[in-house]
Design a protein around this ligand. Structure first.
Ligand code: SAH
Length: 446
């Protein structure tokens, strides 16, 4: 039995190894809490400690809430009555004292509160969470998400009405990630409900993203219910991938790219493919199954590459057509250019360069750099699959950056597909921040 298999709820997670810090920096997801970093800081004023606990908004600052955006920024708060603890549910009131929502309070965050419900009559209790979780799971059942797949994002935080809560399913293992004081408060109840509804072998908690620090929450990584199997595997469109839920990136796998990987497979036949930022080989395996002539895959994480090579064997794919390179993509692309190498298809799926709009300018330089090099390495008529999972870069800006890169590379290119995260990562209309992943498939002139 491995160390992982033996881990119990009370066993602290062993110190991470290798390039852990690097990997943590590159974790990507919709991280609502990080968006708070770009908001002006202005600590809410404590009100009357003896009064009924409530969040009182400044005059005119209820507008975004009335549009059902689920965050209360500290700058919008006039005062906090009562002496609430972080994680407590409080009513949010406008300046006239009118009820707007029930929200989870967090004294430590620039997002002072995140809305649970807009309905004054609703009680925020275990039954509320059960209803929300049942609704989230049922909503996915009708979507024909993916054939021959055992992985799914069951709960997508704000977009499923559960701010700060992410739950990913890998077969009979659930991985839960908590990023808000409210979800943290209900952590045990949520785990009980998930256990009861989904009956997993294990619920593993990966509440160790840096954004937790901004929320004043401690980092946590370990088994929450059951026992972690020695090997966790997810099947995606019939392809099998090992998932390192304890130490891999995010919750262990990038479920958001499932449909986009499937598209790659349909276009890969007889092509020489370059897959940059390959992680555990997702796009590479699809390209190989799709009949690619060769697939060169690169990542800076040796652990991820190790799993990627194993995944290739796991699926009985032809190793002779695959090459794995432990490399910094920024350097490696330049080397390939200098060597005069070219490809028919290039995939660029980098980590999050801009968690918030405040990082957009620097991130734009990074995106432009790799895309410019990508365009230069493409043969005439070649395809570039390019992605951004940066919350701070919207679709319009991303397209502009790519247009600039093509111009500087001296190529004409057409957009043939606009891509997003798979349907198990829905985006609440009133919460555009949920649409963090955007992609373009471009065909350069032949
Ligand atoms: N396409 C992958 C997910 C990519 S996540 C999939 O479908 O599963 C981003 C990856 O970029 C991570 O694996 C991370 O290790 C890697 N990475 C981050 N910075 C890098 C760099 N400068 N060079 C190479 N790889 C890098």
């Amino acid at each position: 039995m491995t160390d992982k298999a033996k881990r119990s709820p009370s066993t602290p997670h062993r110190a991470s190894q290798g390039n852990r810090d690097f990997r943590k920096r590159t974790q990507r997801d919709a991280r609502p809490s990080e968006a708070a970093a770009s908001q002006p800081r202005s600590a809410p004023v404590a009100g009357n400690a003896g009064a009924v606990p409530a969040i009182h908004l400044r005059e005119g600052r209820e507008k975004s809430l009335l549009r059902r955006h689920p965050w209360v920024f500290s700058g919008a708060v006039e005062r906090i009555d009562g002496a609430p603890a972080s994680g407590d549910t409080l009513p949010v009131l406008d300046s006239a004292g009118k009820f707007i929502a029930w929200a989870a309070y967090n004294a430590a965050s620039q997002i002072t509160a995140r809305v649970w419900s807009w309905n004054q009559d609703e009680s925020i209790d275990a039954a509320f969470f059960r209803r929300k979780i049942v609704t989230a799971i049922a909503g996915r059942t009708g979507l024909n998400l993916a054939k021959d797949s055992s992985g799914m994002r069951l709960i997508h935080a704000e977009s499923d009405g559960l701010p700060g809560l992410i739950v990913d399913q890998y077969g009979d293992v659930l991985v839960m990630q908590i990023g808000s004081a409210g979800a943290e408060h209900w952590r045990e109840a949520i785990a009980d409900i998930l256990q009861d509804i989904c009956k997993p072998t294990c619920i593993y908690e990966r509440s160790d993203s840096d954004s937790r620090t901004l929320e004043g929450l401690e980092l946590r990584n370990g088994v929450l219910r059951g026992t972690l199997p020695e090997t966790v595997e997810v099947v995606e469109h019939g392809l099998r991938f090992a998932v390192d839920v304890a130490e891999g990136q995010k919750t262990g796998f990038y479920l958001d790219q499932r449909d986009n990987r499937a598209l790659t497979e349909t276009l890969a036949r007889d092509k020489d493919v370059l897959n940059c930022f390959c992680y555990t080989g997702g796009f590479s395996l699809y390209a190989l199954r799709g009949g690619a002539k060769s697939v060169l895959s690169m990542d800076a994480s040796a652990d991820a590459l190790h799993i990627a090579a194993e995944n290739l064997t796991r699926n009985g794919l032809d190793e002779s057509r695959a090459e794995w390179q432990d490399a910094d993509v920024f350097v490696a692309l330049r080397k390939l250019r200098d060597q005069g190498k070219t490809f028919d298809m290039i995939i660029l799926d980098p980590p999050k360069f801009a968690p918030t709009a405040a990082f957009a300018e620097k991130a734009a330089r990074g995106y432009k750099d790799i895309n410019l090099l990508g365009f230069k390495l493409l043969r005439p008529g070649g395809l570039l699959f390019t992605y951004s999972c940066s919350g701070g870069i919207n679709e319009e800006l991303f397209q502009k950056i790519i247009a600039g890169a093509a111009l500087d590379a001296g190529v004409d290119a057409q957009i043939v597909h606009h891509l997003h995260a798979s349907a198990d990562h829905p985006v609440l209309l009133s919460f555009p921040e949920g649409a963090y992943l955007k992609g373009l498939v471009l065909r350069v002139a032949g």
